[in-house]
Design a protein around this ligand. Sequence first.
Ligand code: NAD
Length: 248
Amino acid sequence: MPSDDLRKRLRQWIEESQRVVAFTGAGISTESGIPDFRSPGGIWTKVKPIYFEEFLASEAARRESWRRKLADRTRGAEPNRGHFALTELFLRGRLSSVITQNIDGLHQAAGIPDDRVIELHGNGSYAKCLQCERRYELEPVLAEFRRTEQAPLCECGGLIKTATISFGQALPPAQMQRAEQEALACDLFLTLGSSLVVFPAAGYPLLAKQHGARLVILNREPTEMDGLADLVIHDEIGPTMSDVVPLA
Ligand code: NAD
């Protein structure tokens, strides 16, 4: 089907739906300059992830993790057309929530309220004590790390870590439960910029589809779940979404 017709169908399905849920992956943020994980040149082609166990067990791993955060040029990235199109859908009362695998906080930066963003993998724009859960803003922690080169410790003695979920760390049960409820309650489940290979996150599109929602996949490349979707658009998110949902 020509790309104009695909967009037209998506526009029409959004019009017809009562409750849209968006499910986003790293691909929605590439236009903001944040590389994804699996595209050529993506993050995993350059660095090895630090597992949660390693972070807990080794001061060297913790320092390496903070060194990477300090060197991360994507801190301060801004939301793009894809994020703003979803915000527009929310403001029109169509979008119930965004379930995101991203840790960049850009949906909130684009204006979606915090309580409507379900962060499955946490948030890398602030840090938390692993023991008492006190929140720390990133810049002061990074400034101290730059000065001392010691991995930061909380006043309670606990380890401070960015508020992300690392490999080997359990996903937050409350967020998973909310994501499941949203997947079950929606009538249109819109997946944007995810390769749909990381489980359990990638199970939500499946769940929504099994419970009767229309499943739409918008991704530059084919995904594992294209065969299950009602509509698949292989295109760029920013241009597609800004055309499908023009800003008011
Ligand atoms: P992924 O890298 O596996 O897949 C991203 C997909 O998006 C790819 O299939 C790619 O073809 C597509 N894509 C990239 N740019 C696009 C664009 N402009 N338009 C359309 N499609 C585009 O990402 P994923 O599925 O989210 O993988 C999961 C992991 O990546 C998660 O654990 C998440 O925490 C992590 N991650 C997050 C960020 C972020 O917060 N921005 C960045 C990198 C990785």
